[in-house]
Design a protein around this ligand. Structure first.
Ligand SMILES: [Zn+2]
Length: 87
């Protein structure tokens, strides 16, 4: 069974909400991917397999446990993101 890092799901969900709320953040795909990659590098991964029947329950539990850490990282990264020049 292939392992999946559920932090990806959680971080993407939070980032999407935060991007919508913040008009100063670039919303292009490359900046989005960059932010996701950076947050995931800074927080511990949490792997599950699809055999884990209650995957959504696990996601929800980890989301609640880790939300302050994830949000702190997201805020930091969004602040540091340099707007790239538009060509
Ligand atoms: Zn951009």
């Amino acid at each position: 069974m292939k392992a999946h890092n559920i932090m990806e799901d959680i971080v993407e969900k939070y980032l999407k909400e935060m991007i919508l709320a913040d008009k100063t953040v670039c919303k292009c795909e490359s900046c989005y991917d960059k932010m996701i990659a950076e947050v995931l590098s800074n927080i511990p991964a949490k792997y599950v397999t699809s055999e884990t029947g209650a995957i959504y329950a696990v996601i929800e539990q980890v989301r609640v446990e880790q939300s302050s850490v994830i949000l702190k990282e997201l805020v930091k990264i969004m602040k540091n993101l340099k707007p790239h020049s538009k060509t």
